[in-house]
Ligand binder design. Structure first.
Ligand SMILES: NC(=O)c1ccc[n+]([C@@H]2O[C@H](COP(=O)([O-])OP(=O)(O)OC[C@H]3O[C@@H](n4cnc5c(N)ncnc54)[C@H](O)[C@@H]3O)[C@@H](O)[C@H]2O)c1
Length: 432
């Protein structure tokens, strides 16, 4: 095991991957500590933008930080040479068949391999399944001829950032840190304490730290799947699920409200459970419950389209050739992030069914067919609200009657059902 002297100090830190996770982190380290911080991202365009202090991600705090911080960044990897701590923040997506794609983690480990020296530390912040640090990252880095835990160390500190969240950000979200060496766990934890005001919990090893992040996101996916299933069941039973959830929520213990919707999106919740499912499968365990949750959540766009078809039936109309407005492409409110958004399958199904489709998202005008809310309402017979952007919350009966839109499918349960129905609008939410 590597022994670190009492006065060991991290002098140079590099962040690899300057996206939603890496860029706010690099800014925070630059702002709050006196270490030399550098950033490397293979995307040249992104590097150009950041150099011009244009924030390439939708993150207010980060955009603010970028105005003042000063650190070197490059699309050439030499910039990371000589780092005491390499922090990997690259994506961990799934392929079309939902199998984990660890290529970015592997290729960034290979990049570090070119520069790795004795006594240095490699930290993975990307979300990974239990085992990735030891089974994927370690063998690549050991091609250096050095041994992990003896000549260099690997640490995992999973990121929990929540883009668009005004309260929780890189500075105040508690973190977990684990490695194969308690001494370096303590050193890196102390370093994180120097720029994060929240608890930094030291974990016993890599695998349990990796598992922590995976269960956080799987927990959320499963709970959302539960209420999505309830939405379908209660629609049949004629019970308003939102009213039920409100009632259940005044239990002061052991109930945590989750809400149904037209699908689960983003780079984390609909992705990370597959990393657990696949790694457990390789070891002979079948995660039935987690797989079912994914299946239920993936079924919600098709369910939403069925709700639309039911409402159109009441007007003797089919989806085919009917003017349908899809409002929102982002996977969540007030964020310009389309990754794994349920709006993509919603759009695909509507196209497959030959709807006369119009799209509007103020965060994705280049992908929209309409340039304003008024324009899409004017062009639609029915609308699906797929994202609860603030701009869409002003939709009320007067606006819908003005533009002659009799049907609203509220995929986020964000509009006022009683106000709309009282004025004759055909409203259907998800379980509402
Ligand atoms: N976005 C979130 O809300 C969030 C929250 C918590 C954890 N995470 C996890 O953090 C990780 C990063 O997510 P993100 O949202 O920041 O992704 P992102 O796509 O926004 O950013 C990743 C960056 O890494 C760069 N990159 C990819 N491969 C590279 C390589 N080999 N070398 C150098 N740069 C490379 C890309 O160009 C990109 O700029 C993922 O594992 C994700 O699951 C994301």
């Amino acid at each position: 095991m590597l022994h670190y002297s009492e006065n060991y100090k991290i002098n140079k830190v590099s962040v690899i991957g300057l996206g939603y996770v890496g860029l706010p982190l690099a800014c925070a380290i630059s702002k709050m500590t006196d270490v030399e911080i550098v950033g490397y991202d293979m995307n040249e365009e992104k590097i150009k933008k950041i150099k011009n202090r244009i924030c390439p991600i939708d993150d207010e705090q980060c955009a603010e930080d970028l105005k003042t911080v000063n650190f070197d960044i490059s699309f050439k990897s030499e910039i990371i040479n000589g780092s005491d701590l390499y922090i990997v923040c690259v994506p961990t997506p799934v392929r079309h068949d939902y199998s984990p794609d660890l290529e970015p983690v592997e290729s960034s480990s290979r990049t570090i391999l070119k520069y790795l020296k004795k006594g240095q530390v490699v930290m993975i912040e990307s979300t990974i399944n239990p085992g990735v640090c030891e089974e994927i990252v370690k063998p690549i880095l050991e091609e250096s001829g050095m041994q992990a835990g003896v000549d260099f160390d690997i640490v995992h500190c999973p990121e929990r950032i929540n883009p668009g969240d005004k309260k929780w950000n890189v500075y105040n979200i508690p973190r977990n840190i684990g490695s194969t060496n308690p001494a370096i766990t303590k050193i890196t934890a102390d370093f994180y304490r120097s720029f994060i005001s929240a608890e930094i919990n030291e974990m016993p090893d890599l695998k349990t730290t990796e598992a922590t992040k995976i269960i956080e996101n799987t927990f959320r996916d499963i709970n959302i799947a539960f209420v999505n299933e309830l939405a379908k069941s209660f629609d049949v039973l004629g019970i308003d699920l939102l009213t039920v959830i409100k009632g259940a929520s005044n239990k002061p213990f052991a109930f945590m409200p989750h809400y149904p919707g037209c699908g689960v999106g983003g780079h984390c919740i609909p992705v990370d459970p597959y990393y657990l499912i696949e790694r457990a499968r390789q070891s002979g365990f079948d995660h039935k419950f987690v797989k079912l949750a994914r299946e239920i959540n993936n079924s919600m766009p098709a369910y939403t389209i069925n709700l639309l078809a039911n409402e159109l039936n009441k007007f003797d109309k089919a989806i085919k050739n009917t003017k349908i407005g899809l409002l929102g492409l982002s996977y969540k409110a007030n964020v310009g992030d389309i990754r794994e958004s349920p709006s993509i399958p919603l759009r695909n199904i509507l196209n497959e069914k030959f709807a006369s489709l119009e799209i509007y998202d103020p965060y994705f005008l280049e992908l929209s067919t309409c340039k304003s809310l008024e324009e899409i309402l004017e062009k639609s017979f029915a609308i699906i609200v797929a994202t609860n952007h603030t701009e869409f919350l002003k939709i009320d009966s007067s606006l819908l009657l003005k533009y002659d839109v009799p049907i609203v499918i509220d995929g986020r349960n964000c509009l006022d059902k009683s106000e709309l129905t009282s004025k004759g609008i055909h409203y259907k939410g998800i379980g509402h």
